[in-house]
Write a protein that binds this ligand. Structure first.
Ligand code: GTP
Ligand code: MG
Length: 672
């Protein structure tokens, strides 16, 4: 991944849903949210208001979603309420879950050359110059991109990684939507339905013998070794993976580049070069963005295409910046990179018309990527959001415009289940360097804003808990030839567990074992990497061709599944064409994209998670359902209850995300 590491901070030169969003929130007092200056008050307001609408609730230990007291499992992610699981294990509800169907176990073969990641890699050479080691672009729709300069249409549009397929449109149909077919609480919903549902879900917890997950004996309980759990060296800052997301042209790369520059992560020489060359190409305003957008194609188009990774340090964190592409054609790349995020900066363009395009698309007729990215980021499990309201210079640092954006976007974010108390709103200007690493100086902003600057807001983020005590899972985001050793290294974030030099790992999907030869964090060698660390792992004893993006490094005794059929609990987003049995979709999971087909729509779920209608003919916007999907190829996957990172899935079609979901059951998995 792109590693922009220099010596560290050394200078600071001068240089609805959506319309009718979730009714749970309809009664929310809009005056009380998102007050950056008074988080405690805001939280109280939030609690007060939510207590009017949700009388009693419990918080999911997995995704922190607030569920109604009557729910046995989380409405958002399907994980069982702890007390319920406990009683299930005790056997007190065993009778209720006895009817579990056995599943076919299909043979699984190793998958080669599956979908590539789209994260690009940069590294600083010894004199501080940013050098690109590798870049893979998943897709390229030059025709559909509004090019910034005339003549740039001649840019060749070749796929760099043909393994990522083109979008496959959902089958069109003359089908007439009937309101009575659309789900909702059905009078036919019976206790049997509920029992069956519970049985199916309990089966994921490995309580039933004939479940596919126990066709092989349950592995022994995993016991982490002492070195894995040892406290991190006190002088080492914790790593925070921070995704920069938002609509196209909102200023994500400019903001990222500016931050790196202010913190001394870009040499004067490089900055000067970027300024000079961007001016010569008539793109002077992209000088800072060029620090992130390094490919010729990206620079000529003025559009980020792949996620760039760079590093900076705050007082509290070693931050891994994941600068995502905002153009709708590159959402798959955004998914692959930003899925590693612990928190996110949602960059919004405050200029007149641009904020609106980010919300409702060009012409106000679709969904802009401000909304799509926010929805995706939340479904990645990200809870903490910094909303950088950028380009405030373009609106004269207007408080009214800022408040307007906060109101509109705040409503939407709430409908995505972001808590007001977890959102920090920051007005800023990347170009005029206002409110980035120190308080603003422009009187038009200081007259009404006394909150945190962006860098302090980053330090106010809390690290999510890290699962060090679980077996290793490292989804491979990228495979790159190491500059120092010339060997192939697997890049990615340790989702769980820990590794050190000499550790044995199982490489999936190929199933070969390998030994960790060396580990690099922020391009520096390190001995141990733990859950949460974003690292490059050099491996010994494996054929390099078996190391593929989308693969997973895991503990040899605790392999993850490799499968091509699974059940998903999904939430359908805003779609115009219904999802049918047989619909072709793109299936996204961690760093893989795979063509897939909806083979069954098993049941609709109501808002409490109860099945309401089995085998509906189609799904439409905002419905919750359980579906079965069949993928063209196999992917490394886990049920969400076992691994959040390998159990979140996204369905896309015709260039749009049509559903977000979690893997509730794996069918015909290869346990390796
Ligand atoms: P994608 O990655 O393609 O989605 O774009 P992006 O969000 O990274 O935007 P980028 O940084 O490439 O900037 C797009 C344009 O916005 C450039 O011309 C920038 O100069 C301009 N821009 C960025 N920040 C600001 C700002 O604070 N004020 C003004 N006026 N323009 C800005
Ligand atoms: Mg960009």
């Amino acid at each position: 991944m792109p590693r922009k590491v220099v010596s560290g901070p050394d200078y600071d030169d001068e240089y609805d849903e959506y319309d009718d969003y979730d009714e749970d929130y309809d009664e929310y007092d809009e005056t009380g949210y998102g007050n950056t200056q008074h988080p405690a008050k805001e939280e109280k307001e939030s609690l007060k208001n939510s207590s009017n609408t949700v009388p009693v609730h419990w918080t999911c230990s997995m995704c922190t979603f607030s569920n109604h007291e009557s729910m046995m499992y989380c409405e958002m992610c399907g994980v069982f309420r702890e007390s319920f699981v406990k009683s299930a294990k005790d056997g007190s509800i065993k009778d209720a879950v006895s009817a579990v169907s056995s599943e076919l176990k299909t043979s699984a073969t190793s998958k080669n050359g599956s979908a590539k990641t789209s994260v690009k890699t940069l590294a600083l050479d010894f004199d501080g110059g940013a050098e690109r080691k590798h870049a893979s672009t998943s897709r390229d729709k030059a025709d559909s991109i509004q090019l910034a300069s005339s003549g740039s249409t001649s840019v060749t549009a070749k796929k760099k990684t043909p393994v990522l397929s083109e979008e496959i449109p959902v089958e069109r149909t003359n089908f007439q939507l009937k309101a009575d077919e659309s789900g909702g609480a059905s009078s036919t919903s019976t206790n049997d339905d509920v029992t069956q549902k519970l049985s199916s879900d309990i089966s994921q917890l490995c309580l039933e013998k004939n479940n596919v997950n126990v066709t092989k004996p349950c592995p022994p309980e995993y016991k982490p070794e002492a070195w894995m759990l040892a406290d991190q060296e006190p002088e080492v800052l914790s790593q925070l993976n921070l995704a920069i997301v938002g609509h196209v042209d909102s200023g994500k790369s400019t903001l990222s580049g500016r931050l790196l520059h202010l913190l001394g992560r870009i040499s004067r020489k490089d900055m000067h070069k970027n300024e000079k060359e961007s001016k010569e190409k008539g793109k002077g305003s992209f000088a800072f963005a060029w620090a992130m957008d390094e490919s010729t194609e990206e620079r000529e188009r003025g559009v980020t295409m792949t996620v760039a990774v760079a590093y900076l340090e705050t007082k509290k964190y070693r931050v891994v910046l994941l600068d995502s592409p905002g153009h709708k054609d590159f959402v798959p790349n955004m998914i692959s990179g930003a899925t590693q995020a612990d928190a996110a900066i949602l960059v919004v363009d405050a200029s007149t018309g641009s904020f609106e395009a980010g919300m409702d698309g060009e012409g106000g007729k679709s969904v802009g990527q401000t909304k799509e990215h926010a929805q995706l980021i939340r479904s990645f499990g990200v809870e903490q959001l910094l909303v950088a309201v950028n380009k405030m210079d373009a609106v004269g640092y207007s408080k009214e415009r800022f408040e307007f954006i906060k109101l509109q976007l705040g409503n939407f974010l709430r409908s995505c289940n972001f808590k007001d108390s977890a959102i920090t709103w920051i007005p800023l200007s990347a170009v005029e360097n206002q409110n980035l690493i120190k308080p603003p100086s422009d009187a038009r902003l200081t007259s009404w804003y006394q909150g945190l600057c962006l860098l302090d807001a980053v330090d106010s983020l809390k690290l999510p808990s890290r699962d060090v005590s679980k077996p290793l899972i490292l989804p491979i985001c990228d495979v790159i030839k190491s500059q120092s050793t010339g060997q192939l290294a697997a890049f990615g974030k340790l989702e769980t567990g820990a590794i050190r030099n000499g550790s044995k790992v199982l490489v999936l999907p190929c199933g070969q074992e390998a030994t960790v030869k060396s580990i690099e964090r922020d391009s520096n060698p390190c001995n141990i990497a733990r859950a949460g660390d974003n690292v490059a792992v050099n491996l010994q004893g494996i054929d390099g061709s078996q190391l593929i993006p989308g693969g997973v490094l895991c503990h040899p005794g605790f392999p993850v599944a490799v499968a091509n059929q699974m059940e998903l609990k999904i939430l359908v987003l805003d779609i115009t064409i219904p999802i049918l049995v047989g619909s072709q979709v793109e299936f996204h999971i961690h760093h893989v994209k795979e063509p897939a087909r909806i083979v069954k729509i098993i049941t609709l779920l109501d808002k409490t998670g109860k099945p309401t209608k089995s085998a509906p003919r189609f799904l439409k916007s905002k419905q919750n359902a359980v579906v079965q999907v069949a993928l063209d190829g196999e992917v490394c996957v886990q049920e969400f209850s076992k691994s959040r990172a390998l159990g979140r899935a996204y369905l896309r079609s015709s260039g749009r995300t049509i559903a977000v979901g979690v893997v509730s059951r794996i069918i015909g998995q290869d346990q390796n």
